[in-house]
Design a protein around this ligand. Structure first.
Ligand code: IMP
Ligand code: MG
Length: 180
């Protein structure tokens, strides 16, 4: 049976991703040695990255998740960010790492950072698996980045196109002529 993903070009293999996630995990483990970290994942795209990253981290850590309004069904953002699921627990005086799949225009992370900072965490850093700096509309950078990409649309390893392809183990390129 020929699956749709068989036609998608692979940009990063599962092995390359695992290697990079292990490197980021080691860096975080070093930076937060002896501390307790709260990993805050942005649903749904960051779920797979967070679950792998968490297992590459040695200091104590707990998880929380937030969800923001949909990016839109296709490849284009509405530019409007709205919180649809808040944190379960307070992050006041805690060390927080916001875990996101892609830092693209920066609007999502910029909005979430502002929101989390209102709770006065002890520290707040950002881990993004992918960074597309050329697309930035809001000046914001991640502290931990997996891979830096040009302006390409990707799917797999948690990332979707119209909610599909999140389960692909590789990160694949979505052709620009895909239907919206
Ligand atoms: P930003 O607010 O433009 O930075 O949007 C970031 C969000 O847009 C990410 O969390 C993804 O959900 C989504 N996104 C941006 N680029 C891509 C992509 O290439 N593939 C899938 N989702 C993307
Ligand atoms: Mg997302």
């Amino acid at each position: 049976m020929k699956t749709p993903q068989a036609r998608l070009e692979v940009l990063y293999t599962a092995e390359q991703i695992a290697e990079r996630v292990a490197e980021i995990g080691a860096k975080i483990s070093h930076d937060y040695a002896g501390e307790h970290i709260i990993l805050v994942g942005v649903l749904k795209g960051a779920a797979i990255f967070l679950s792998d990253l968490a297992r590459a981290i040695t200091p104590d850590c707990t998880f929380d998740f937030v969800a923001v309004s949909s990016y839109g069904r296709g490849m284009h953002s509405s530019g409007v960010v709205k919180l649809i699921k808040d944190l379960d627990h307070s992050i006041e005086r805690r060390h927080v790492i916001l875990v996101e799949d892609i830092l693209d225009t920066g609007l999502t992370i910029g909005y979430l950072r502002g929101l989390l900072l209102q709770q006065k965490p002890a520290s707040l850093r950002i881990a993004a698996l992918l960074d597309k700096p050329a697309r930035r509309l809001q000046k914001i950078e991640a502290d931990y980045v997996g891979f830096t990409l040009p302006n390409l649309f990707v799917v797999g390893y948690g990332m979707d196109y119209a909610e599909k392809f999140r389960n692909l183990p590789n990160i694949c390129l979505m052709p620009p002529d895909a239907p919206e």
